[in-house]
Design a protein around this ligand. Structure first.
Ligand SMILES: NC(=O)c1ccc[n+]([C@@H]2O[C@H](COP(=O)([O-])OP(=O)(O)OC[C@H]3O[C@@H](n4cnc5c(N)ncnc54)[C@H](OP(=O)(O)O)[C@@H]3O)[C@@H](O)[C@H]2O)c1
Length: 354
């Protein structure tokens, strides 16, 4: 334990050193420093928990050839290793990716696609574009009568300020709103895929930083003021509030679908490309989870039988983790859900129509 704490301390100091010297997004105001420090602190807590609970970070794979799963992203990072596991379970896996050609090659590096009993289907999707989500969603609606699992995985972190073609701040658009719309479009198929005692599942790949997120209702797209960590944290809290409200609604109406949010761990992927950690790769190699380890909690949430009928949870290292206080207040979750419906102009969430 001492060894890990010592390494963490040294790494934090080294990270700070490089941060001072090299960061592209140097904090300028007290607010930015505070945000940065809170982010670093929560990251350290995440690293510590990943070490402490590493024995829990396990998932048992079993054959489920009848299941159909949709995942966003997955051509690299954690998603790629999620797909590897789902194909090992012999599922049909539909990937929604920006570049379908390279995606098949990426998966092929981990899975013998010719001999795999799982089936890989690759479709084009830019989750940051509502038009692209609509097109992708319609294709899935037309081709699959039922679905068993939806994994909202694609994401970005610490991107420079950008509004998408729909006018949304890019973290909010890609990490949350595109997935919100996709879930609306596929919910009918997911309801058909589930049955009593065998719920279908929706997994929102969120993050431990939800704990320090805040929804800025008066300036959701951060037009007046933007700091990348604030954008990321907001989008990750958004996923949790959505998870909580949707799961409650589905439970109340008796629909056989459960919803989970997952923190995959602090994982060595390209997600950190806009952060100072890229300057000290050894820090990531030693302390972060590998993408394979990061994929376990997500697959656990998607298939583990021990959590059947136990939706609405936030999972980390294959066990329940602490959520943002707002996520425990269903009125706040509903307020945000209604706000999201207004943002993407949905009158009847879940009816699949756009
Ligand atoms: N790594 C961590 O420590 C960590 C911690 C907590 C949560 N997470 C969450 O885990 C998820 C996966 O992250 P990762 O670490 O695997 O990151 P990554 O290696 O950077 O992979 C991100 C994935 O998202 C896809 N993506 C990004 N923008 C997209 C868009 N507009 N449309 C479609 N796909 C898009 C990427 O596809 P392209 O190749 O087309 O860009 C890629 O497949 C994210 O939601 C992230 O927030 C990660």
């Amino acid at each position: 334990m001492f060894f890990v704490l010592a390494i963490s301390g040294v790494a934090a100091i080294s990270a700070a050193f490089y941060f001072f010297k090299t960061s592209k997004e140097m904090p300028k105001t007290w607010y930015e420093w505070k945000t940065e420090l809170r982010f670093q602190y929560i990251g350290m807590v995440g690293l510590f928990e990943d070490y402490l609970y590493r024995h829990r970070n396990k998932v048992v794979l079993y054959k489920q050839p009848e299941k159909v799963v949709v995942i966003t992203g997955g051509n690299r990072g954690i998603g790629l290793r999620i797909i590897e596991k789902l194909l090992e379970c012999e599922m049909t896996v539909i990937m929604g990716v920006r570049d379908p050609k390279s995606a098949e090659k990426s998966v092929g590096e981990f899975v013998d696609l010719k001999n795999s009993k799982g089936k890989l289907v690759i479709e084009k999707l830019d989750v940051g574009s509502l038009a692209s989500v609509r097109e992708f969603g319609k294709k899935i609606q037309q081709n699959y009568e039922k679905l068993d699992i939806l994994i909202n995985n694609a994401g970005i972190m610490f991107a420079p300020y950008k509004l998408t073609e729909d006018g949304f701040e890019s973290h909010m658009a890609i990490n949350y709103l595109g997935h919100f719309l996709l879930t609306h479009m596929l919910l009918n198929q997911l309801k058909k895929g589930g049955s009593e005692g065998k719920n279908s599942r929706i997994i929102n790949v969120s993050s431990v930083v939800n704990l320090i997120g805040r929804i800025n209702y008066s300036d959701i797209n951060m037009k007046k003021y933007y700091y990348p960590a604030t954008g990321y944290n907001q989008s990750k809290l958004a996923q949790i509030l959505f998870t909580r409200h949707l799961n409650k609604t589905l439970e109340e109406e008796g629909s056989p679908v459960q919803v989970h949010a997952v923190h995959p761990g602090v994982v060595d992927t390209d997600l950190f490309n806009n952060t100072s950690t890229t300057h000290i790769p050894i820090f990531k190699k030693i302390l972060f989870k590998t993408p394979e380890e990061g994929s376990r909690s997500v697959v656990f949430a998607a298939i583990d039988l021990s959590i059947e009928n136990d939706g609405g949870t936030y999972l980390s290292n294959c066990t329940r983790g602490p959520m943002h206080p707002d996520a425990k207040d269903f009125e706040k979750c509903k307020k945000f859900f209604d706000f999201s419906c207004d943002l993407v102009k949905l009158n009847n969430f879940g009816d699949g129509r756009v």
